[in-house]
Design a protein around this ligand. Structure first.
Ligand SMILES: Nc1ncnc2c1ncn2[C@@H]1O[C@H](COP(=O)(O)OP(=O)(O)OP(=O)(O)O)[C@@H](O)[C@H]1O
Length: 231
């Protein structure tokens, strides 16, 4: 099962300022959308709204899973949101972090902590605290935390930020693997050239509006759907 997302006439207004203006879009299930746009264009606002962390001032956001159409809050078990901040405990190891977050998913089948770390190429036995990790490792640990709950819809805010080129390529390969596993992915980035190979669609926002929606390099490339995939 995979999630599609529908936005109808969505606006987000702060005081007299509109961060998003009448955005109507459908994000198709199993596709990777790369969200582009200058600082302040509204990318994070859109992602946070799909995650159910922000409510639209006007309009509606719905998550569509098979026949079920739900607001994000009701579909939260299907949604994995990775924010700018890693949201990990710096003094704990990656495994201890995963064990802690897995313990929060009592009513939901989730990945084993070790499995989530291996899925992002981290050694669960690494005795180092996350605070001592490189930015690339930290971001991968953050992705592992998101993958723990086996979300079908992944919302990744700047997953390549502040990384060296090798770490960014590693993260990109992980995103490509998740796409191949049939996840729906919305990711924001300022690095268009880097992300384009995994994009089914490139969505550019400008001052809170959709400026363009173009086919990306991965568009039409068959997904190697792997129903056995755990990620
Ligand atoms: N809580 C808030 N109160 C007031 N204005 C806000 C709030 N959150 C966001 N904004 C404004 O809304 C606009 C869109 O912000 P958003 O973070 O979505 O942009 P972005 O495209 O993700 O930018 P960046 O690439 O810098 O992360 C910005 O002008 C921002 O200052």
């Amino acid at each position: 099962m995979s999630c599609a997302v529908e936005l109808q006439e969505v606006s987000k207004v702060y005081g007299s300022f509109a961060a998003l203006r009448k955005v109507s879009l459908r994000f198709e299930a199993g596709c990777c959308y790369v969200l582009l746009g200058e600082n302040g264009a509204g990318k994070s606002t859109l992602l946070r709204m799909v995650a159910g962390l922000l409510r639209p001032t006007y309009g509606s956001v719905h998550i569509v899973r098979d026949a079920a159409v739900q607001p994000p809050a009701a579909a939260r078990h299907s949604i994995g949101y990775m924010s700018h901040a890693p949201m990990l405990y710096e003094e704990l190891t990656a495994l201890e972090n995963m064990q802690y977050f897995a313990s929060l998913y009592r009513e939901q089948a989730c990945l084993a902590p070790e499995e989530a770390l291996r899925a992002v190429g981290l050694d669960p036995a690494l005795p180092r605290a996350v605070g001592q990790f490189s930015q690339g490792m930290r971001q991968r640990a953050s992705l592992a935390r998101v993958l723990l709950s086996k979300p079908e819809l992944l919302l990744l805010d700047e997953p390549f930020s502040n990384m060296d080129a090798a770490s960014a390529r590693q993260m990109l390969a992980l995103v490509a693997g998740l796409r191949a596993a049939g996840k729906t992915i919305l990711l924001t980035t300022h690095q268009r050239e880097l992300a384009e190979p995994v994009a089914d669609f490139l969505l550019t926002l400008q001052a809170g509006r959709v400026a363009s929606l173009l086919a990306g390099a991965a568009n039409g490339r068959l997904h190697t759907r792997n129903t056995e995939a755990h990620i």
